[in-house]
Design a protein around this ligand. Sequence first.
Ligand code: DLZ
Length: 213
Amino acid sequence: MSEIKGPSLDAKVDGSSLRIAIVHARWNKVIIDALVAGALKKLKEAGVKESNIVVESVPGSFELPLACSRMIAGSHIQAASNEADLLGGLNFGSGSGILSPKFPSRSGTPAPAIPSANQAFDAVIAIGVLIKGATMHFEYICDAVSHSLMKIQVDTGVPVIFGVLTALNDDQALERAGLGKGDKTGHNHGEEWGLAAVEMGSHVRRWNSGKFL
Ligand code: DLZ
């Protein structure tokens, strides 16, 4: 039977000029570790340099939106101070407004053609594994996290890849990390998230410079 689910693989992705962050929760660690490994594998296969991949962790999925938001803002601060150093040491103090939580979209900040360890992130992959329990906790976190991650990417203009599994039981989550039991090994969705980060990071770079296919 032919496979109808999942993205088609016709997008050619080149991550050699991109800087990508992964932020993952630590709940359900075995599954998280497999998903992070899948994402890293595809980032590297797509040419993203190891020195341009940042991996951070937070306690649980509920913390992912804040982490994404602050890491995106922090990477813009890094990039701005890098530019200031290059321009001869301009001082960006906290009074300059650059530390504002409402740091503007990177749409006005073209990324360099040559990747630098201090350039702003081109994409962030948020990875979490939520497994339904006996209470409503799961529903609240799934809802809050998915909406917040979408808002962050739209507000900042930086792609936030939705790497959050929302599983009704352990087996569903294991299968989506390629760790399923018996003949139901499943497939590691972290791999698609890595590829999506490179594709979206490249698209947004191009769109920001007014280039369209
Ligand atoms: C509390 C909690 C529960 C019950 N389940 C999960 C889960 O399945 N996956 C996950 O990533 N995090 C879970 N958490 C932790 C919350 O995301 C969060 O870390 C805490 O509520 C503290 O804010």
